[in-house]
Design a protein around this ligand. Sequence first.
Ligand code: BGC
Length: 765
Amino acid sequence: MNPLMKSMLTPIARINILSFFIISYFIITVVPGYGQDKTSTLKQTPEELAIEKKIDYLLGQMTLEEKAGQLTQYSGNDTVTGPLKFVSTQVEDIKKGLAGSILNVVGTENTRELQELAMENSRLKIPLIFGLDVIHGYKTLFPIPLAEAASWDLAAIEQSARVAAIEASSAGINWTFAPMVDIARDPRWGRVMEGAGEDPYFGSLVAAARVRGFQGSNLANKNSIVACAKHFAGYGAVEAGREYNTVDISRRVMNEIYLRPFKATVEAGVGTFMNAFNEFEGIPATANSYLLRDKLKGEWNFNGFVVADWNSIGELVINGLANDEKDAAQMAIKAGNDMDMVTGAYRKYLVELVKTGKVDIKLVDDAVRRVLRIKYRLGLFDNPYKNCDAALENQMLLHPAHIVAAREMARKSIVLLKNQEHILPLSLNIKKIAVIGPLADSRDDILGFWSAQGEGKDAVTVLEGIRDAVSPSTEVLYAKGCNIDDQLSPVYDEAIAVALQADVVVLAIGENREMSGEASSRAFISIPGRQEELLDNLLKTGKPIVVLLMNGRPLAIPGLVSKAPALLETWFLGSQAGNAIADVLFGKYNPAGKLTMSFPFAVGQVPVYYNHKNTGRPEMPNSDRWISHYLDIPNEPLFPFGFGLSYTTFEYSNLKLNKATMKMDDSISVSITVRNTGKYDGEEVVQLYVRDLVGSVTRPVKELKGFKKVMIKAGESLDISFTLKAPDMAFFTKDMTYKAEPGDFKVFVGTNSVDCKEAVFSLTE
Ligand code: BGC
């Protein structure tokens, strides 16, 4: 490109072109097989049959103690969760081949040292597998998963996982404890930030995309890491949204809502599963053979391995299911739990349990086979040090291509919730901008929970992003205003003084990164501390205010929403948060994100989700008192599933079905015209929902069945069409068979789960 052309490009166009070249180069040269067939890496190919033979041989060589060791995972201390603050890596066990896996040890130097201990000292030289929570990036952090889901861009989500895998694998990691595919309907539960939201159809697509991204085209690739679908299952349904709490849901709801994304990961070839802390039907997931044996390993034919969540085997005692750890080990292995994370119960008791006839050796052999299978598929037997290349680690962490990808993903994850009088986008030539708020210059919080090896020093804050974006003549003023969790009213004088000088105020408020994620349930899901009061004080200045929300969950903030003139949901966007936010604030990128979890009007509505049942007394226009409603708040959430605005506007018209009736083996085409009626080119996520009007069991009022994210130029129209087939309408019928039933259906197409055009069709035998 000649220098003149280069200077004519906007900074963003330059980034796009640069990113295209870097990513293409990177994909072609560094990511073998990217873009090729990415279907299951776990099919029985001739190579895999050969692996089974090698496993037969190895199993024949292993002592019972070595088998128990293979099913044992120890934690290093690079990063830990859970009540057990530190567990040593049990060097002697590693040397004797009595440990199968290590978690929480990172960096090629460290993993190489441990791998050498195993390979140079143990009798059978079985390599260790190194696991870590690589949830939304390793060193270059991408947005938290709930934010990424709001992009509705599956290719981008897959790429985000790919980048995470490339970095983590370069730093000694073979295995990530992700994706978390728990459906979440309760925003009090802090772990909603790790998933894709409330919808099982959408959650399944995201789950599969993440698995493909982590695992790449082949687990044996140097830059593939094996994924782990977690937490199996029903963890998202913890009562009252309280972390680690009990769960009580029906088998029908478990199958129809919570299990679907897990099944999708099996279909995408996921190599491992992690069980959950909660119980199902009175049996903790760790000991639940319906989930692990009947469903996962039986019906779904999963042939990877299951790891227990952190000490969940030990917790069977506290749960009141097992008498002691020995009892717990027996229950867990029988139920189908293959590897023990940190409890040490398999290591201590499996040998005795087999010798005394309490546990069939076949169960132990099957579990070991599964672990070895994944190690073989990862290519660890061929090269135990495949992920221990210090030079590659150096080259890959914070690679420029990763930073470009992180910025793009972050922009796509932002949701415009309100834009009164078109305050946004802001002009780049504003004279003075006041950037205010406890999160405006916070570099750690924007990384979000589960930040692996990401560091604040590598992140771009909102203040920095804005400073970098504006023209040289723009003055950027800053004041913190208050802390995130101030209890007493702080003095807002400085913030007010700064706001008074400015033409526009950008206010960054919300949660800190520790307020969502594991063990971060909240009962009041409003903006913590006195931050809303800060907004009230700033509003008195009469200046236009753009509020940037940062949070890891939907918030119940009706007051704030009515007050704030413009509102952007920016979640925790990762290393490039500040740049991405500036791109959106100044219109270099037109926001197109849509919520994948409803924002409640008040905590009292929770759980609130779009695909609820109708009840016998639904609220209707002019309904009387004796209906399903609240006396004090609306039934509707503050923002529904699928909601998100753009700087432009879209008009939907002309919803058409190509037929009124379809047979079970037929399909129906649903089409609609979407017109960009505003001034900006923009992307829209066109959403398709269906309602089965009468079923052998009651059906939800709406269910997402498809979506398309399309770019439409200002003033132009696009015809969008979807195809529906009978299996799209399948559900667990009265006798729990999964099929579609004949009958009448409503189809909805629209910009979110509420604002839709409607039509009807019938399905016949
Ligand atoms: C979490 C898991 C995580 C594991 C290892 C547990 O406390 O529930 O999601 O993978 O710790 O860090």
